[in-house]
Design a protein around this ligand. Sequence first.
Ligand SMILES: C[S@@+](CC[C@H](N)C(=O)[O-])C[C@H]1O[C@@H](n2cnc3c(N)ncnc32)[C@H](O)[C@@H]1O
Length: 307
Amino acid sequence: MSGCLSHGCLRTVIRNCARANPAAASTLRRSPEIACADNLAFMRTLPDAHCDLIYADPPFDQPRKRGSSDWNKAGGKPRSFVDIEPFLEFMRPRLEETRRILSSRGSLYLHLDWRTAHYVKVMLDEVFGRAAFLNEIIWSYRGGSRLGRWFARKHDTILVYAKSKGSHTFNQIRGGSYRTRDMLFDDAGRPYKSTRRGRIYFNPDGPALTDVWDLPILSTVSRERTGYRCQKPEALLERMIRAASNEGDLVADFFCGSGTTLAVAKRLNRRILGCDINPEAIAVTQERLFPACDSSNRENLRRMNTR
Ligand SMILES: C[S@@+](CC[C@H](N)C(=O)[O-])C[C@H]1O[C@@H](n2cnc3c(N)ncnc32)[C@H](O)[C@@H]1O
């Protein structure tokens, strides 16, 4: 049985997928957690309330190199979004499907940057409702950049919406150190501050995470690196997955690229479901998730999916 779909449900997904895209259905039969397909067609095959957490990292203004283009197989040529209107047109039906397939405990983590975040936030308010907004996470990173007549742009934005705010899964994440002066430690090593009214104890696991995350981008020599151009660091995904899902939950990424979300979710004992339109992304993801699989698999997959 598949790690995330029941037999009956998987059969329906494959049958629906086969009608839309035979190659994608074939991939799905071999590895039901990962599909090579247009994510809109794929999401439409899934039942309501199927996923507990969806992370999405859609392409915008990416050079058409390895792992970065939007493969438009139907049109026979890759699309890249350099203008906001076509990008928003592309995103709206996908966000509507995302909301439909989220469970009542579920939430969406949508990864954007300074060029798109403000437009897409308005769209998310329409699709999910303004009341469903949970967070605007700022992922801040360092790294060299060409200096312009503005401050270096060194953050991405992750917008978080719940399917049903209040019922959504949220696990507080703690870490790092307190920035409090005069911190003391008792005999048991617990941190506290001495005040006129007595001791105020701090949580020994560190302060609760805020919505500003300072995490490094993948270095060129990182062992995590797969060679897929737009790959995100596992530490970034780990925070989201730990916060917004529990063991056994279904974590999905329908723009899965190199499979970062799926690799981390699998390691954290979540069930997984992924999709990408680029056969190369699927091959990289397969290798990452199932490293023991036959090395000819990647070439087979590429051939099968580019027919
Ligand atoms: C920014 S990358 C995602 C990178 C990923 N987060 C990682 O860590 O590797 C965007 C991905 O979306 C995929 N993509 C673009 N349009 C798609 C579509 N219509 N359906 C499915 N995947 C699509 C691209 O092939 C690309 O792999």
